[in-house]
Ligand binder design. Structure first.
Ligand SMILES: Nc1ncnc2c1ncn2[C@@H]1O[C@H](COP(=O)(O)OP(=O)(O)OP(=O)(O)O)[C@@H](O)[C@H]1O
Length: 755
């Protein structure tokens, strides 16, 4: 049995991910998948490369599929018309039954059997409750699906466990109250018998599975009111026993709830549906697929157009494309219906809403999605999932757009909002989360600013004095073209003034240091991060001059390609990234456009040609290595002093701009304080300094970043994990046995001693 099955993932999806060698869920997947399947809003922060894409994509794919699947099916059980008697002939006077009024319309009740009639969560409460004594009831799972059972006050919603008036235990092995889903007991599924007990003397609620008592799940105030058995289901069926027949399992000290003094609240149930606020959106029957469009792709499907159920926003085209491919891959064994996945990324002109975008799941970038929504090409009236991947970047850079799109969604209990990133802790992000989520669950696996320990961090101090021979060598024809910011800083004697001279020297030196690092580590694949598009282009040219040759083929020791926001043709960007991913070129030179999320399997090196402006960006950049159990090396070339650089505030964002004055004087340049930025890096990770030999310290030499750099051993080799642990487990159990024996024979030994 796959560990993903324990999380409630569908076998068809498991089959697809097993082909990717995903044998065990990563920690973020273990935490987030059941929470999302369970129906809550989730904010998830976990280190780079820890599998966050799967953590949100698998459950939303599953729920999207189940929703479509259920729409096609009509359940067999019809709701009973009367609440006064049930089909098993029980009198309604002195026994607990399901309430025909306080139920969602999509739950069908036949006596003591309840069945979900839709793929949405739907709930129901019993018609009678209790407020004293120690009682229990049993619930038997009759069909695969998701279910949560427990107790609720009349004033709670029917989505048990999501407000402060209800207490539930769900099939994914979580207890929940006020939408806080916490591990409890064990997961349960088909044919399991769940006992739900309540003890007004000790004020506790607890649960059992097949007779195994998991102990106290919640404490409660016994004066809170009348507690009713309650249930919420999704694609599932459950049968109940309140005591009208023998219970499957006895529970010591507890009686079946039918034997209690049964009570009824005078207050009427709240007519609240779990399915709420569906705006009457337009029927998206326009079947045009926007043929010929480069950037709006739809997965193959013969199915009729349907309303979009999931919307995922990604900050960059590359990331959107990556997530799109991942979801297509995960969904390959889901049939009848086939899931339609659409990709909407920038670079296209408006078509005035003529071409509707179809897709059960739409993945896109903020700008493109905004214009498609504005022109009416996307129907958001049925969205169930709103996902912000790299949420902090989206909020920092595109808050207005995210807000605009959010306000077009059918906001209600049916909408789930998910935030994912490695860095999710800024006040701005938290404030926005509070605005658009309801009692979200935080999954914060490593805390603020955590970086995977698979990454080694090193730096070279770009000190023009120390490395004078490298940049001043007049014999060396290989010089980088610098950015030209010092064009007007020349003195009357034709020389650069200080500190401009030092700044220019740092620029010249960094290119030479780059070559040294590449050669010294014999790098055959690395991402090089630079600050501006111009810098990227100049580095690209420099590597070409150094022997990179043309940009294709590994024959060039320094073959490279660029990726930056300047390429409006997204096809060119995609092609360049593919070239690098396929190993057709050795180096990818890019701005922060590739800092987040891009997943290149086994990438060994990244080089920060210039440090990024924030430590958060540093985390994302270096996170391109040290992924999926591979070790990686991040080297930063750190300016010894401040460097004058472009900082365009002009209208055309630098196009044709030659204004080298500082911004405070109305120009487009600033002094970039790399030594200061580096302090934050040093404080957080203490990188190793590479000296003139460009080598790591001797004790680290065995680290083979470039070779087969997958970690081996118990921590990484899942297949042999159990075998490797088995001897330790045996030892532990022997120790446990010795301790128990000692404990049991202790009184005898003490008596013997006393004698
Ligand atoms: N359960 C798993 N078992 C094995 N490999 C996995 C598993 N989950 C994800 N991976 C692999 O780990 C790599 C990183 O995953 P992913 O891109 O989702 O990371 P991430 O947490 O989103 O990183 P970032 O913060 O950089 O965006 C991918 O190559 C992915 O295929």
């Amino acid at each position: 049995m796959s560990a993903f099955e324990d999380l409630g993932v569908l076998p068809e999806i498991i089959k697809a991910i097993e082909e990717l060698d995903w044998l065990l869920p990563t920690p973020i997947q273990t935490e987030a998948i059941p929470l999302i399947l369970g129906g809550g809003d989730v904010l998830a922060a976990a280190e780079t490369g820890s599998g966050k894409t799967g953590a949100f994509a698998l459950p939303i794919l599953q729920i999207t599929y189940e929703t479509l699947n259920k729409k096609a099916e009509i359940p067999v059980i019809a709701p009973t018309s009367s609440s006064s008697s049930s089909s098993n002939g029980e009198s309604s006077d002195n026994v607990v039954e399901w309430d025909q009024i306080d139920r969602d319309k999509n739950i069908a009740v036949d006596g003591l059997i309840c069945q979900a009639r839709s793929a949405d969560w739907c709930g129901i409460k019993a018609n009678k409750g209790i407020s004293s004594g120690k009682f229990y009831y049993e619930a038997i799972v009759r069909d695969e699906g998701l279910c949560r059972v427990g107790f609720a006050l009349k004033k709670s919603t029917r989505n048990i466990g999501t407000d402060k008036f209800s207490w539930g235990y769900g099939g994914t092995g979580k207890k929940s109250h006020e939408s806080k889903f916490i591990d409890y007991g064990k997961p349960f599924g088909n044919n399991d018998v769940i006992g739900c007990y309540i003890n007004f003397d000790d004020e506790i609620i607890g649960f059992t599975k097949n007779g195994q008592d998991f102990g106290e799940a919640f404490s409660f105030n016994s004066k809170a009111g009348i507690f009713y058995p309650s249930l919420v289901l999704k694609n599932a069926e459950m049968e109940f026993n309140f005591g009208s027949k023998p219970m499957k399992h006895d529970l010591k000290g507890y009686k079946p709830i039918n034997q209690a003094e049964l009570l009824i609240d005078q207050q009427q149930p709240i007519p609240m549906e779990i399915q709420t606020n569906k705006k009457g959106g337009n029927n998206n029957n326009n079947n045009k697929k926007g043929k010929g469009k480069e950037d709006e792709k739809m997965s193959e499907s013969n199915d009729k157009p349907r309303k979009t159920l999931s919307l995922i926003i990604e900050p960059t085209r590359e990331l959107a494309d990556q997530t799109y491919s991942a979801i297509l891959n995960f969904s390959k064994y889901l049939d009848s219906p086939k899931i339609q996945v659409s990709l909407c990324i920038g670079g296209e002109k408006s078509n005035g809403g003529r071409n509707k975008i179809e897709g059960d799941i739409i993945i896109g970038t903020p700008g493109r999605l905004e214009s498609l929504v504005k022109e009416g090409s996307i129907d958001l009236s049925s969205i169930k999932f709103f996902v912000l991947d790299e949420a902090d970047q989206l909020i920092d850079d595109n808050l207005a757009i995210v807000n605009f799109i959010y306000n077009k969604l059918p906001i209600g209990q049916n909408l789930q909002v998910l935030f994912f990133s490695a860095t999710l802790h800024s006040t701005k992000v938290i404030k926005f989360c509070e605005q658009i989520t309801k009692n979200p669950t935080w999954v914060d696996l490593k805390g603020r600013d955590f970086i995977p320990d698979l990454i080694t961090h090193a730096y070279v101090k770009a000190d023009p004095t120390k490395f004078e021979s490298l940049w001043r060598d007049s014999e060396n024809p290989l010089r980088i073209r610098t950015d030209g910011v010092h064009a007007s800083d020349v003195s009357q004697f034709g020389k650069l003034k200080e500190p401009e001279q030092k700044s220019e020297a740092i620029k010249l030196l960094k290119a030479q240091l780059l070559l040294k690092c590449i050669q010294s580590f014999k790098m055959d694949q690395a991402i090089i991060f630079a600050r501006t598009r111009l810098d990227c282009d100049h580095i690209h040219q420099f590597l070409k001059d150094a022997g990179g040759g043309n940009t294709s083929g590994l024959e060039g020791e320094f073959s490279s390609t660029v990726l930056h926001g300047g390429d409006n043709v997204s096809r060119a960007r995609k092609e360049n990234l593919e070239k690098f991913k396929n190993g057709d070129v050795r180096f990818l030179i890019c701005t922060d456009v590739a800092a987040r999320g891009i997943d290149i399997r086994g990438l060994p090196y990244i080089i920060n040609y210039t440090l990024p402006e924030s430590f958060e960006d540093y985390i994302h950049r270096v996170g391109r290595v040290g992924r999926a159990d591979r070790i990686g090396l991040a080297i930063s070339l750190v300016g010894y002093d401040q460097e004058k650089v472009w900082y365009h505030t002009c209208r055309d964002k630098g196009k044709g701009c030659h204004n080298t004055k500082l911004t405070e004087n109305g120009g487009c340049c600033i002094w970039y304080d790399e030594p200061l930025l580096f302090i934050a890096v040093q404080e957080n990770i203490a990188p190793i300094e590479l000296e003139s030999d460009f080598q790591l310290p001797k004790d680290m030499k065995q680290l083979n970043f470039g070779g087969s750099n997958k970690l081996t051993g118990a921590s990484a080799d899942y297949k042999h994990h159990t075998e490797e642990l088995s001897s330790r487990v045996l030892q532990l159990s022997q120790l446990e046995e010795t301790i128990q024996r000692d404990y049991l024979t202790l009184p005898n030994r003490i008596t013997n001693l006393k004698k």
